[in-house]
Design a protein around this ligand. Structure first.
Ligand code: GTR
Length: 429
């Protein structure tokens, strides 16, 4: 876990942000948004217009990845060698429809490095390797399905009434997140599902570099300038990429057709994983909001200042410079969406999730659209991107950028999954 050691610069900001946290009042009024100009995804830092795919790929894309590393998420070590160990195999999961396996993937050699446990479901009806959804979960693999034979995660978890005891999960946690993980529906549609507890990679609290992969890669991390060191989102994304390294060697999953999925902070993570690792074929952000799909410059709902104060370990130290100062940031989140091009990306919002700024999430897609079109795809579909937000529950899913605004609260529902599956049928099969 990353300790935000306090630079002189941040020190000067601290009292102000602490006050901002206490007195923070979210803005939801479109008329109160301060005027802003979005940085152009298709203009290079030296001011040249990107005119073709070659220039995007060789100049602008790498430039943008670097800007997001330096100013937003931070930079981690190069890909490490992974090793793996089979933990369990169940031939007849989900009433015989799926093969279910647990595989430990180590960030180095077993015994010397931390590991994450992959819970893998593959459809038994498949005649060849299956395309897969890969997503991190919040409370442990044993929470995605009530099956008592899934191993109970024993690492640190955030305490929750009824399902934890001194920050360890209990038997009563089994299946509590199952409404967010419709495993059978995914298998019935012919896809594999791979999930990992995000705390296996890095526990979600600030403990000063001690545990998780931040601690494991201590010397590599210390060789990176302080302000640019990876936060937890970048660490979780690194874990997703190492999981993909494993899936590319798996016998039942097709590692060249993997969709990375995440909700909320893990939606921010799936976007950064997809942006920094072009091997992900489809990228899905469910209600990711600030630091995810929502435009930071709108500062509607959760803001950069607010998120850096509540969750100081999620982003790089440099990101703190943009607290109440979003216009000074050289990037905004439409450029993050653009980094998926020409691959497919889907952004989902919810009507009651105003904290995540649904309109800001939609506009990020609209402003990413020109990059997708330059690269020869149809962007959000149609001749040009939609001029206004779609109605609730009217998904835009015919193009390369999908978007919907679901009725309801901050959550993952069967409606969300059924859109992702339709979108995957067109972009992953
Ligand atoms: C909230 C945070 C959001 C979102 C969410 C979550 O408290 O403000 O940015 O990440 O947590 O991940 O559940």
């Amino acid at each position: 876990m990353l300790r935000h050691s306090i630079s002189l610069f941040a020190l000067a900001l601290l009292p102000a942000t602490a006050t901002a946290q206490k007195d923070f009042v979210a803005n939801y009024d479109e008329d109160k948004i301060a005027p802003f100009q979005l940085p152009d995804p298709l203009q290079t830092e030296s001011g040249d217009q990107v005119t073709d795919a070659e220039m995007w790929t060789s100049v602008r894309r790498p430039e943008l990845v670097k800007l997001f590393q330096s100013h937003v998420y931070g930079r981690g070590p190069a890909a490490c060698k992974i090793t793996h160990k089979q933990v369990s195999t169940t031939e007849d999961a989900l009433g015989g429809k799926a093969l279910r396996r647990e595989v430990d993937v180590f960030f180095g050699n077993p015994g010397e490095s931390p590991s994450m446990r992959l819970l893998i479901y593959t459809p038994k009806s498949a005649s060849s390797k299956s395309a897969a959804f890969l997503g991190l979960n919040f409370q442990g693999n044993h929470t995605v399905d009530p099956d008592p034979t899934i191993s109970l995660n024993t690492s640190w978890v955030r305490s929750r009434q009824g399902t934890t005891d001194e920050n360890r999960s209990t038997e009563s946690a089994r299946g509590v997140a199952s409404s967010r993980w419709p495993v059978e529906m995914i298998i019935d549609r012919g896809y594999a599902l791979v999930t990992i507890y995000y705390g296996d990679i890095d526990p979600d609290f600030d403990d000063g570099f001690e545990n998780g992969i931040h601690g494991h890669f201590k010397s590599e991390t210390e060789s990176i300038p302080q302000g640019e060191r990876w936060g937890s989102i970048a660490a979780w994304a690194y874990g997703l990429s190492r999981a993909l390294d494993y899936l590319q060697q798996d016998d039942s999953v097709d590692g060249s057709r993997v969709a990375v999925f995440g909700h909320s902070r893990l939606g921010k993570t799936s976007l950064w994983a997809g942006a920094s690792d072009p091997r992900f074929k489809l990228v899905i952000s469910n209600n990711s909001g600030c630091g995810g799909a929502a435009l930071s410059r709108r500062a509607v709902g959760e803001t950069v200042g607010r998120i850096n104060t509540s969750f100081p370990h999620w982003f790089s130290d440099n990101f703190v410079q943009y607290n109440e100062n979003e216009n000074a940031c050289p990037v905004d989140q439409h450029q993050l969406i653009a980094l998926m091009a020409p691959r497919a990306v889907y952004v989902a919002s919810a009507t009651e999730d105003r904290w995540a700024d649904p309109k800001g999430e939609f506009l990020a897609c609209v402003h990413a659209d020109p990059v997708f079109r330059l690269l020869g795809t149809d962007g959000m579909g149609g001749a040009e991107p939609p001029a206004k937000m779609p109605e609730a529950d009217a998904a835009i899913k015919s193009g390369t950028i999908g978007y919907h605004l679901r009725t309801g609260k901050h959550d993952v529902t069967a409606y969300d999954w059924s859109q992702y599956l339709d979108f995957a049928d067109r972009n992953l099969k």
